[in-house]
Write a protein that binds this ligand. Structure first.
Ligand SMILES: C[S@@+](CC[C@H](N)C(=O)[O-])C[C@H]1O[C@@H](n2cnc3c(N)ncnc32)[C@H](O)[C@@H]1O
Length: 398
């Protein structure tokens, strides 16, 4: 529930015709019966309540976001955690949301606008493994002197979805040449939304796209970073239920056709979101048993390489952008060790300045320890939530 809306709880209960049960271990959270649909209720449309799994809420609360923080969400879409961060942030600081999938981030933008939550937020379509933009700290802006060239440079005005025709055409053309998943590193990330108090309004493009050197990051980097990495989603109950609703058999036939005619490239072009496809293949026992062992082997090799490498790269880059003394949370909704503890172990091995932190709040939480001490695992049986792995790091001075 949005902070401040608790006083209206009776009205909200009357409207959705359901008693809200307080989740005792997580402030601001209430549970609902699964058959209650809130999406059309006025309270939901007004942004007083929104649906987020309690385990996801716990992962965000581990970051201990407070007003004034500059927060980076490196895999932001569709944006439930981003909304919660903005709620916690209140009237100062900023949230920068990054996602490689434009259509998913556009849905996130719609949500921010609908709930009037985006005032302090900017959204970039970018590859989180290489994203390098600094948070817009007021003092760093006034410190840097403006050249006469910058004075003449185009400045960002108040955000509007009604871009001039020429600008939209230019952006569409640029997108055409850029594959959905491979955002070239030489291009500036595409800014698809910025709020009035996000620090962007009045800024020149040069300043917005100013990257940070590693030295600058230690003092001017982000205070908090969330790396909610892409994974096989095998622990996400909601995700798997979606596939149940879609019908495994139809999906299976379509995927098998693609496998028969060729390969993963073709599969990836299918009308699923790319991570839906991973989940589907990963979770559908029927699919696995109907494939030759060679195909299964190909897929498992693909998953191992694809996810392990991108998860590690996202974690590395998120940590690189964190200031000294800041906090980073790494989470995935996979139940596998390969996508969780193995990544953490590998990352700690290569980063002497990374320190795994105890999550003290978890003493009261219905979750288990991960295989590495100080990490956490939520799962449907223990926590009555979706599966979620959570690890918290801080950055030590070099
Ligand atoms: C688990 S979802 C994030 C969920 C989100 N944090 C939320 O609470 O709604 C993972 C996201 O990572 C994005 N993603 C995958 N690879 C990425 C990359 N290299 N850089 C940035 N985002 C990436 C996917 O598009 C997907 O939206």
């Amino acid at each position: 529930m949005k902070p401040g809306s608790e006083a209206e709880i009776e009205g909200i209960e009357a409207e959705i015709k359901c008693k809200l049960e307080k989740v005792n271990w997580l402030p601001g959270f209430y549970s609902l019966r699964p058959d209650i649909l809130i999406a059309n209720s006025k309270s939901y449309l007004d942004g007083k309540i929104y649906g987020i799994d309690a385990a996801s809420g716990a992962a965000v609360s581990v970051l201990n976001i407070s007003p004034g923080d500059h927060v980076l969400d490196l895999c932001a879409a569709p944006g439930a955690k981003l909304c919660m961060m903005l709620d916690l942030l209140g009237d100062s600081g900023s949230v920068t949301g990054v996602d490689v999938a434009r259509h998913r981030l556009a849905a996130c933008r719609t949500m921010l606008q609908k709930y009037s939550l985006g005032d302090r937020c900017r959204l970039f379509v970018a590859d989180g493994t290489t994203f390098s933009l600094a948070p817009l700290r007021v003092d760093s802006r006034s410190r840097s002197c403006e050249s006469s060239f910058e004075e003449k440079d185009e400045r960002f005005r108040e955000w509007t979805s009604r871009r001039p025709w020429k600008e939209r055409k230019r952006a569409a053309k640029a997108r055409e040449t850029m594959s959905l998943q491979s955002v070239t590193t030489s291009e500036n990330p595409e800014l698809i939304f910025y709020g009035r108090h996000s620090g962007v309004v009045g800024l020149s493009k040069n300043k917005l796209y100013k990257t940070m050197s590693d030295l600058e990051v230690s003092s001017c980097g982000y205070d908090k970073v969330l790396v909610d990495a892409e994974c096989t989603h095998d622990g996400s109950v909601k995700h798997i239920q979606k596939f149940e609703n879609w019908g495994w058999t139809t999906l299976q036939r379509r995927v098998l056709d693609a496998v028969r005619t060729n390969s993963l490239t073709l599969l990836q072009a299918m009308p699923f979101f790319h991570h839906d496809l991973y989940t589907y293949i990963y979770c559908s026992q029927g699919f696995i048993s109907s494939c030759s062992s060679f195909t299964v082997l190909q897929f498992s090799k693909y998953f191992r390489l694809c996810f392990r490498s991108s998860q590690l790269k996202l974690l590395r880059n998120g940590f690189r952008l964190l200031k000294v003394g800041g906090l980073l949370v790494y989470s995935t909704c996979s139940l596998t060790v390969a996508q969780n503890e193995d990544i953490v172990e590998q990352f700690l091995k290569e980063n002497a300045s990374a320190e795994l932190q105890e999550i003290n709040e978890a003493e009261e939480w219905p979750c288990k320890s991960g295989r590495i001490p100080k990490t956490l695992r939520f799962d449907p049986l223990t926590s009555q939530t979706s599966g979620l792995f959570v690890a918290k790091f801080t950055k030590l001075a070099a």
